[in-house]
Design a protein around this ligand. Structure first.
Ligand code: UT7
Length: 323
């Protein structure tokens, strides 16, 4: 059975760091409120001349280098983003050109904060079907550009960054001892479209709009949906929570992450948490966390890694991966 194994990870964070204390000079908030309610201490903000594709390119180069591959080895690029350089074409096409890759195909995926899990699932399916042998999967965001900097309920939550992974095909036995992506689980429920959304778009207002969120409602759904999808991923692979080595969750709120970890009976030292320094980077948060834990040696070959995410739409999903 064909499986997709992660061959390399990369990340990029813009140089400028905006701390909670600095933000408190701009809006009516405090470091104490943000830290206590979310776990966020600071976030990175892209420079005026940095586009989502620039962030994606830097993360991709690092992932390709770690995989020991050139861009010419890649068959498909999938970029998960809510903040594309342009309304069209896809940011993935820009990344393809910047990497000097002239074969294969490249496209974007829009599932907001669940975008990376969606992109990973899509790329994994191309590989399993034999339509691609190597894939570059990127989560990249300049989310700061979608924020209303006068809305303290949202502007304190997000940051910019990019993460990337390179997937390659391997043969497995078809059971949960295989290396690579064992399963992916995607969900959406459009009834909650308005609870976390931009208040504009090219097809409605002709503007990009700003992020609007019913925080408490999103929180409630996130805890439930993530608990459900994590159960689904465990059951699909005939695994028990104690067999999972690492939880690498989307980084929206420390309390949501702790809720999922508690459900899995996982101690905090088995959860990769970057939210204090990165804030919520939407589709970039999971690949940024993967790159951090891969670089510092926490993720070891053969370990079981569970990814989960929830975002606007609502969308949510999980992926079970043997590193
Ligand atoms: O990535 C996609 C998924 N996103 C999420 O999962 C986010 C889910 N939601 C959350 O993480 C939380 O709901 C928030 C962190 C957004 C908000 O935390 P909360 O504990 O739900 O706070 P709240 O919205 O209920 O607001 C509590 C109080 C309010 O004041 P009153 O009405 O009690 O007087 C807010 O006006 O906190 C106030 N508040 C703030 N105060 C200081 C809201 N934002 C701020 C702020 N600084 N930045």
């Amino acid at each position: 059975m064909r499986r997709s194994v992660i061959l390399g990870c990369g990340s990029y964070l813009p140089k400028t760091i905006l701390t909670n204390d600095e933000l408190a000079k701009r809006v009516d908030t405090t470091d104490e409120w943000i830290s206590k309610r979310t776990g966020i201490k600071s976030r990175h903000i892209a420079a005026a001349d940095e586009k989502t594709s620039d962030l994606a390119l830097a993360a991709s180069r690092e992932a390709l280098a770690e995989a020991g591959l050139d861009a010419t080895d890649i068959d498909v690029i999938v970029v998960a983003t809510t903040t594309p350089d342009n309304t069209f074409p896809a940011t993935a096409a820009k990344v393809q050109a910047l990497l000097g890759m002239t074969k294969g195909f490249a496209f974007d995926v829009q599932a907001v904060c669940s975008g990376f899990v969606y992109a990973l699932a899509i790329a994994d399916n191309f590989i399993r079907l034999g339509q691609a042998n190597k894939a570059l999967v990127i989560g990249a965001e300049t989310f700061s550009r979608l924020l209303d900097w006068n809305d303290r309920g949202t502007c304190v939550l997000f940051g910019d960054g990019a993460g990337a992974v390179v997937l390659g095909a391997i043969e497995g036995k078809g059971d949960n001892t295989d290396r690579g992506i064992l399963s992916t689980h995607l969900h959406s429920d459009g009834r909650h479209y308005d609870l976390l959304a931009a208040d504009g778009g090219p097809g409605s207002t002709g503007t990009t709009g700003h992020v609007r969120m019913e925080g408490q409602e999103v929180f409630r759904h996130a805890v439930q949906n993530l608990a459900d999808v994590v159960d689904e991923a465990l059951a699909a692979n005939n695994l028990k929570p104690e067999q999972i080595d690492w939880l690498v969750p989307h980084q929206a709120n420390q309390r949501i992450i702790e809720g999922t970890a508690k459900k899995l009976h996982m101690s905090p030292d088995r959860v990769v948490v970057t939210i204090a320094d990165h804030a919520n980077t939407s589709a970039a948060s999971i690949p940024l966390a993967l790159a951090a834990a891969s670089k510092d040696g926490r993720l070891k070959q053969g370990q079981l890694v569970l990814l989960d995410a929830m975002g606007g739409g609502f969308t949510w999903g999980a992926a079970m991966v043997r590193w």
